[in-house]
Design a protein around this ligand. Structure first.
Ligand code: FMN
Length: 334
């Protein structure tokens, strides 16, 4: 199955996870899956360490940047910056329920202000030529019926939104932590399917609780695309069939997990040598779950946890962890 934009599969924006190091690891596993940055607030991008916030490696394409903000002018400026920096898509966060985000009245709180979101999207569209997309919830608080979501989508679609990614559960803005808001409100996948049925001309991506490519394939019978979040962190290798199943085989992806590690070690050595990285830890962290479910996985994780985060740790630690894991799994299977 081959499809163009929007790609049928993506890995979700996740704060403190989908940094350049995790995205690079994912890209060794799947050549075409769309990868998202962590959310970057407009304030940080306009006034903070811009180069660091925009950092990615050329092979991370296709890559989308997610913005957090509610000021149309600032969002437009950031969309132009994102395009200039080479991102393939710019996404607006209308789903994050954290207190910090609400106090800026953006994130999920924007679900209550569809006309304002439309203004933001229109401003972003006018400022750049790359797709402008929105990631949102089914609803918030007591504003959570299907009709409310459809109205939100209709209003924002009129502003030219290129895709709607729906996290298929509502968010409680008061009383639940962001983590609880990703587990306690029940999943309502059927309402996302219904949205696509009723608005077939819109591009609709489903997100929330999807943990395998088989499940993704089932959803793709009803919607245009599937976004996977936590499952990709918990077991990145789950994506290794994604190209063959949903796109076309990609040149250059790793054939085994060991190969991913050897490439990661070469990358880490180069970055530590030329000063782009000053510690191994952030580059090792997205590898912790690479062997999830395989014999020796616990030994791998433990070795990395004990050694990769030490001051002065170098890339050899990754290769040593492979050796130790393989010795353990040989002993276990003997
Ligand atoms: C650690 C973590 C950080 C997250 N950060 C963001 C974020 O920055 N922006 C966003 O829109 N969603 C964020 N999310 C929500 C995910 O993008 C996704 O919508 C959610 O985890 C549900 O998908 P899943 O069940 O496949 O994980 C985050 C989720 C996690 C677990």
């Amino acid at each position: 199955m081959t499809r163009g934009f929007p790609p049928p599969l993506s890995v979700a924006p996740m704060m403190d996870r989908t940094d350049t190091h995790f995205r690079w690891v994912l890209r060794q596993i799947t050549g075409h899956t769309l990868l998202y940055t962590e959310m970057v607030t407009t304030g940080a991008l306009l006034r903070g360490p811009r180069d660091r916030l925009l950092e990615y490696e050329p092979e991370e394409h296709p890559i989308a940047i997610q913005l957090g903000g509610d000021d149309p002018g600032a969002l437009a400026e950031c969309a132009a910056i994102a395009e200039e920096a080479g991102f393939d898509e710019v996404n607006l966060n209308v789903g994050c329920p954290s207190n910090r985000v609400q106090s800026g009245s953006f994130g999920a709180a924007l679900m209550a202000r569809p006309a304002h979101v439309a203004t933001c999207v229109a401003a972003m569209r006018a400022a750049c030529a790359i797709p402008v997309t929105v990631k949102h919830r089914i609803g918030i608080d007591d504003m959570d019926d299907y009709e409310h979501m459809r109205r939100f989508v209709d209003i924002v679609a009129d502003a030219g939104c290129d895709r709607f990614t729906v996290h298929a559960r509502k968010a409680w803005l008061q009383g639940l932590s962001p983590k609880q808001n990703r587990t306690i409100p029940p999943l309502r996948h059927d309402e996302v399917w219904r949205l696509k049925r009723q608005r077939p001309q819109l591009s609709v991506e489903i997100n929330g609780g999807i943990t395998s490519l088989d499940e993704a394939a089932r959803h793709l019978r009803h919607v245009d695309a599937v976004m996977i979040g936590r499952a990709a962190w918990d077991d990145p290798w789950m994506l290794h069939d994604a190209d063959a199943r949903f796109f076309e085989p990609a040149a250059g992806t790793a054939v085994t997990r060991e190969e991913v590690v050897r490439r990661a070690a070469a990358r880490a050595a180069a970055r530590l040598a030329d000063g782009r990285s000053d510690r191994l830890g952030p580059m090792a962290r997205p590898l912790l779950n690479l062997f999830a479910g395989r014999p020796g996985a616990r030994r791998w994780r433990r070795f990395l946890s004990e050694h990769a985060f030490q001051p002065g740790a170098d890339a050899q630690v990754l290769l040593d962890a492979l050796t130790v894991m393989n010795a353990t799994s040989r002993r276990e299977s003997a």
